[in-house]
Design a protein around this ligand. Sequence first.
Ligand code: 5AD
Ligand code: FES
Length: 346
Amino acid sequence: MKELICKLEQNESLEKDEWIQLITEQTPELSAFLFEKARSQAQKYYGNRIYTRGLIEFSNYCKNDCYYCGIRRGNGCVKRYRLSEDNIMDCCATGYKLGFRTFVLQGGEDPWFNDDRMCRIVGRIRHTYPDCAITLSLGERSAESYKRLYAAGANRYLLRHETANFSHYHTLHPKALSPERRQRCLYNLKSIGYQVGTGMMVGSPGQTAEHLAEDLLFMKALEPSMVGIGPFIPQKDTPFGKKRAGTLEQTLFLIGLIRLMLPNALIPATTALGTIDPSGREKGVLAGANVVMPNLSPLTVRKKYALYDNKICTGDEAAECRSCLQKRMRRIGYNLAVDRGDAVKK
Ligand code: 5AD
Ligand code: FES
């Protein structure tokens, strides 16, 4: 197994069978071996600097009904909200003062935020903060819409592929959603010029080592600038409310593998990782991640953006996630950067 990891480190491609082997034969010892190599790759490109993105969860309305997601349309227990344009601008102002130079606007697939409204918001942020990157995470839209948003000033787009295996995709989503369309969106975004982020949940119901191997092959082919992965965590009011969560160990192992496969990628230590383990985000960085995404959403809405249960940073004590993360990162020898945080060239 160590040979396969060394092969990866040399930037060689692995076959599907080799990925499957690695994933099935993960042990604590192999993980330690991998993480050391993954960390040194991350440090080669990014040093001890951890990039930050200010996350603004601006709407929890969603027209989709993904079986895993807490804000799915069918979840009647959710108190729905939309931030006003001025509210969003206030979040950016607070964020800028705190040192954020990337804003991530994330929401459910909410038709109220049509192209005109969304472009106006992106345009205002672009105009007010010319030195900042704007990342969108709005789900699937037409190529035309992606183009308009890009022209309005957006630079990056996050759209997880969720799983590269088509039949697995259909077990996670209702019929109306198609994996082909999802993947087409990613290629559209890329050809328009966005820095694209994709990724998947680790340990989602029905996921096998073979599916994860297919995810890795898909990402190798797409060559995204960013890869967001986190453990699946059940949300009690969804169809998957009683399913088992993904594990910390497997998520960290995948972060390490992705770091070696895409050495200069931007890889966040996600909130979901911090939710399944109190020092999950620190462990993520030590496994090869180089980005954190502290929450900038107003405290009043944070609990309502619950994709899964027990999400961290939703209480009053989390008013200032940036300084919390700064402390956490310093403790393990890293520092938060005040920087747009673009990917470094390979
Ligand atoms: N557990 C973990 N991650 C989830 N996501 C959605 N629901 C859950 C859940 N229950 C992830 C999806 C989505 C991203 C915004 O959050 O992968 O793309
Ligand atoms: Fe949000 Fe620590 S990062 S409270």
